[in-house]
Design a protein around this ligand. Structure first.
Ligand code: GDG
Length: 474
């Protein structure tokens, strides 16, 4: 038993090793979960348990504390990195949970590694949490942890949040270990999803596979109830607006536009390079708009930031080659000397630079084929402090159920995507501002602090109603 009152368990720690020559330092690592959780934990007696992102020992330079959050590494061997992380998490669960856009691989060796690594995370959490502490487990890599942890420490209050979609029954049933996964999640007191559809997919499966009773929001295990619900994640609206108001960030946005040749319109995409994000569908739509004369180099430009991700995975290597080929075809055909049609950046940038890019963009293209939420869409909205700018958003992003003022598209429908981009380019300022104000109101009312506190309040309520006298839960 440890002494932390709030334990976050996630696959990755919020830091990564940065090496320059022979010097090693640790810095904050980019990614959806880090952006979402850091502001919530900074003021609590909290510990974050996760994998440092590299195999083997972390070494003496590893920070035990990062901006007020204690860090506890869970180490993986090279085989575990390959089988648990690259294998079961990213080549089985990730594609299966994203509509099977790529075929999931089912491999028994990977499954055994998934069980072993989940057990290590559960053991570390059991050793770190104080009596009756809250343990908040995150995401698809750790779906067995809730049950394993409950078996070790029945006194804990366990919440689980899935950041990615939860598939419909027809797809989930392909998984050879479907029952183990559902039972693993049911070890929690509260299981949270991004959207109500995912929550009801899960509750229905629990009833169907494990033969339990209950409703879409409450699953009844013998002697214990598990609450299930939607908790749409959001962004740190205060920080985004503060950075967007910063004169240096605004000057940089003007500089970016001037570097792009002061075009009439800048279209922007920002994504991890991932086959779920629909980057190629988006570029195809833009290509056709250059072809039919709606867009022309010099007057219009697209900037596509593709942040390197999972580079060891052959699916991701192929996706990168495919995108680079596509961008080069578009530029080959439609660029003018000094005026590319698409600026493609395969790199990550600082948070301030990202906000400057958002400020420089007239049209933001967020077109995933399936996405749990998509924070980029919400970040763009909150950066547009003067309420200008248009958001073209896939209806298959979780964000679509909230961001009703955006131009919603089916990313598989190229004509619909082209029409939405045309609409964005031709939109009069009154409509643009009205839409953006509406979007800003929605995101501002529901920022990341509210997301975290509503999840923790729901967990509190659930466990308060469940705790028998003596403080032991079963
Ligand atoms: C998963 C789910 C869900 C991107 N490039 C840079 C950078 N980023 C930051 C963005 C944003 C985050 O990374 C990406 O978050 P997304 O939500 O768009 O996507 P995933 O990484 O797939 O996240 C997703 C999320 O978890 C949270 O629950 O919304 O559906 O798939 O915050 O700003 N940050 C910096 N430089 C970059 O170049 N600093």
């Amino acid at each position: 038993m440890g002494d932390f009152d709030l334990v976050v368990v996630a696959n990755r720690l919020p830091v990564e090793r940065l090496t320059a020559g022979t010097t090693t330092t640790w810095g904050i690592s980019p990614g959806g979960l880090v952006s979402a959780l850091s502001p919530v934990l900074e003021s609590r007696n909290a510990v974050w348990i996760g994998w440092p992102g590299e195999v083997g020992e972390v070494g003496a330079s590893f920070p035990v504390n990062w901006e007020g959050i204690a860090l506890k590494p869970v180490l993986l061997s090279e085989d575990e990195r390959d089988e648990f992380y690259l294998g079961f998490a990213n080549a089985t669960l990730w594609p299966l949970y994203h509509d099977a856009i790529r075929s999931p691989t089912f491999d028994r060796t990977w499954w055994h590694a998934y069980v072993d690594v989940n057990a290590r995370f559960a053991k570390t959490a059991a050793e770190t949490a104080a009596f009756g502490a809250i343990v908040w487990v995150h995401d698809y890599q750790l779906q067995l942890v809730p049950k394993m942890l409950r078996d070790l420490r029945p006194d804990l209050r366990i919440g689980f949040f899935l950041h990615i979609p939860f598939p419909p029954r027809e797809l989930f049933m392909q998984l050879p270990w479907r029952r183990e996964i559902v039972e693993g999640l049911l070890g929690a007191d509260l299981v949270g999803f991004q959207v109500p559809g995912a929550a009801s997919n899960f509750s229905r499966l629990a009833r169907h596979l494990v033969g339990l009773r209950g409703t879409d929001s409450l699953v009844d295990l013998a002697g214990r109830q598990v609450r299930v619900g939607a908790f749409p994640i959001s962004v740190d609206t205060g920080r985004l607006m503060e950075r967007a108001r910063d004169p240096a960030v605004q000057t940089r946005a003007l500089q970016i536009r001037s570097d792009l040749g002061d075009p009439e319109a800048v279209l922007l995409g920002v994504d991890r390079l991932d086959y779920t994000k629909g980057i190629d569908h988006r570029i195809m739509a833009v290509k056709e708009l250059f072809a039919d004369g709606t867009l022309s180099a010099g007057r219009h430009v697209m900037v596509q930031m593709a942040v390197p991700s999972r580079e060891e995975d052959p699916h991701y290597q192929r996706e990168r080659e495919h995108l680079e080929q596509l961008v080069s075809e578009v530029n080959g055909e439609f660029a003018d000397v000094g005026h590319p049609a698409i600026h493609y950046l395969y790199q990550s940038v600082s948070f301030d630079e990202l906000i400057s890019l958002y400020l420089a963009a007239d049209v933001m293209l967020v077109t995933p084929l399936r996405d749990g939420m998509n924070l980029v869409a919400k970040e763009y909205v909150m950066s547009r402090i003067d309420a200008t700018g248009c958001l073209v958003l896939s209806e298959f992003a979780g964000a679509a159920s909230e961001l009703r003022g955006s131009l919603l598209i089916n990313p598989y429908d190229l004509d619909a995507t082209k029409n939405a981009i045309r609409h964005a380019l031709e939109m009069d300022k009154t409509e643009e501002r009205a839409r953006m104000r509406r979007l800003r109101r929605i995101v501002r009312r529901h920022d990341v602090h509210r997301w975290a506190s509503s999840f923790l309040v729901a967990l509190d309520e659930q466990t308060a109603s469940e705790t028998p006298e003596g403080g032991q839960r079963h």
